[in-house]
Ligand binder design. Structure first.
Ligand SMILES: [Zn+2]
Length: 280
């Protein structure tokens, strides 16, 4: 089975009565079966996203081969997406390796430069039917070692979003509307009015980053008013580590390591199922 790009996968999701796609960060290969189990349990298509750190750790080929093979054997329509990347050469490598979707993050640049680089990525991606996400405005918090301080958060304006989408033809756009990367203790406040206006002005799928820190009710509202992709990264990591801490503590050194990892994966499946259900 081929991997789906975002646009194709969103169509499958809508046919199956989902309002949006969750895009879930994979933190290590051991976690991977949990993602397919969650997709099977919910009859949902699956979008897995890979940070540049994870791509470097596991290698692109292993990721593409493992995910393609599971997608085929489990019969789950799947998209493999490169998360936040501001290095054009690294994006090219992921596209050539078989990723079906990529994110170019030029949100730290001025808008003209962001537009120019996004167009370059689109030129690389289109011939291979790979979808492209870009980002406009600065989302707070930290992800994959890069941090944006509270005072540097800038919300995406309607005018900039329209100009950016018209100038690039990008497939989906991540916007800064109040969520924070990696937030786990507090709750984010989504700016729903801003979201509705950007949706109206751009008419393309919008992406919400920092999905872990969003309340269930806020999430349901956001997917009703234009969010088509919700990034969730931290939550699976937290569940996995939490469960491992408990089971490793109780285990013996000659227990099979599987005894520790299976409960951790079950915890990840549970949280994925819960998130996916929110998008119905
Ligand atoms: Zn992000």
């Amino acid at each position: 089975m081929k991997l789906y790009n975002f646009t194709e996968l969103l169509q499958v999701a809508k046919q199956r009565d989902f309002k949006a796609l969750g895009s879930f960060n994979l933190h290590c290969l051991e976690m991977l079966p949990a993602y397919f189990k969650a997709a099977e349990k919910t009859n949902s298509p699956l979008m897995i996203q890979i940070s540049t750190g994870t791509a470097k750790y596991l290698g692109h080929k292993l990721l593409v081969d493992a995910i393609r093979s599971l997608a085929e054997s489990k019969n789950v329509p799947t998209c493999l997406h490169l998360d936040h990347c501001s290095d054009l050469a690294a994006i090219q490598i992921a596209i050539e390796a078989g990723f079906s979707s990529v994110m170019y993050d030029g949100s730290h640049l001025d808008i003209e430069e962001n537009i120019a680089n996004t167009r370059r990525v689109i030129d690389m991606a289109r011939p291979l039917n790979v979808s492209v996400e870009a980002e406009l405005g600065a989302i707070g918090g930290s992800e994959d070692g890069k941090a944006v301080a509270q005072e540097d958060i800038s919300f995406t304006t309607v005018e900039d979003a329209k100009r950016f989408v018209d100038a690039t033809g990008v497939d989906m756009l991540a916007i800064s509307i109040g969520t924070v990367h990696g937030l786990y203790t507090g709750k984010a406040q989504i700016q729903h009015q801003r979201l509705a206006e950007i949706t109206e002005a751009t008419k393309i799928p919008l992406v919400l980053h920092g999905g872990t820190g969003v309340s269930d009710e806020d999430m349901r509202l956001a997917v009703r008013s234009g969010i088509d992709k919700v990034n969730v990264g931290t939550e699976m990591n937290v569940q996995w580590v939490n469960q491992c801490k408990q089971t490793f503590e109780k285990g013996k050194v000659n227990d099979s390591v599987r005894n520790f990892l299976v409960p951790a994966n079950d915890a990840v499946t549970d949280v994925l199922v819960e998130k996916i259900q929110l998008f119905r």
